[in-house]
Design a binder for this molecule. Structure first.
Ligand code: PEP
Length: 256
């Protein structure tokens, strides 16, 4: 973390978990627990159908609500899809873009990620752009090549003044939902590499103000060490965000 230049953001990715009533209950449980979280922003990325309940429940707290996806077109014949404007109209502030599960199961590509980033920014949503390598890419020594390509394509056409609204989440695919976390130095090395890439594209000043999260089996036990690294400015948390006590401990670690 480096609070001098950028905000620490802890975001939960609930994936396809929790009904609307379970959403209300978990947020009510979290609200008093997170009240002391002064030094970091807290975001919950909930399923589309839970967004209204989440926004209502989070009112008056420091919890912002995010979506887990969005479509890149403004409106039209895209059955089953949800636009950025529909999200902002409900009060949604963030949208996860290009999560590896979307890339793997729903054919998302770097190009669709780019279109979504542009549309999110146009609509006033902060995109949380996920990048990460497979275990094969890590073993072949091409982690950073892959990440740099993902970052560069995601940002095609994004103006320098918009950059600080973009959040990156470095999520090694082999660490998501596996209980296998990247070591703090592996995670920091890639987050630093993302920042170097941003520096090359936008200059040092712009690059240092971008929040870069780590995601991949972050939990109450390993959060403090990961968040103490120079270039890890928060976390994108799956499994551990579904339990109030675990998520609270991660937020507390970000407040140290
Ligand atoms: C995620 O879904 O982005 C994630 C990091 O999941 P988990 O924390 O469960 O590995």
């Amino acid at each position: 973390m480096n609070r001098r230049y950028r905000k620490t953001i802890i975001a939960g990715n609930w994936k396809m978990n929790k009904t609307a009533s379970e959403t209300r209950a978990l947020i009510e449980e979290l609200k008093p627990l997170l009240a002391k979280a002064k030094w970091c922003d807290v975001v919950l990325c909930v399923p589309f159908v839970d967004i209204s309940a989440a926004i209502k429940a989070a009112k008056g707290s420091k919890i912002a609500i995010g979506a887990q996806n969005m479509h890149f077109e403004k409106s039209g014949a895209f059955t089953g899809e949800v636009s950025a404007d529909m999200l902002t109209d409900l009060g949604v502030k963030y949208a996860i873009i290009g999560h590896s599960e979307r890339r793997q199961y729903f054919n998302e590509t770097d190009e669709t990620v780019n279109k979504k980033v542009i549309k999110a920014l146009e609509a006033g949503l902060r995109p949380i752009v996920c990048v990460g390598e497979s275990i094969e890419q890590r073993d072949q020594g091409v982690t950073m090549d892959n990440i740099r390509m993902q970052v560069k394509i995601a940002l095609k056409g994004v103006a320098a003044k918009e950059l600080k609204k973009v959040v990156f989440a470095y999520e090694p695919i082999w660490a998501i939902g596996t209980g296998r976390t990247a070591t703090s130095s592996q995670a920091n090395e890639v987050c630093e590499g993302v920042r170097t890439c941003l520096r090359e594209l936008y200059g040092a000043r712009a690059a240092r103000s971008v929040t870069i999260q780590y995601g991949g089996s972050m939990n109450a036990k390993n959060a403090a060490e990961l968040l103490a690294q120079t270039d890890i400015d928060g976390g994108l948390i799956g499994g551990a965000s579904l339990k109030a006590a675990d998520f609270t401990q991660i937020v507390e670690a970000a407040n140290q």
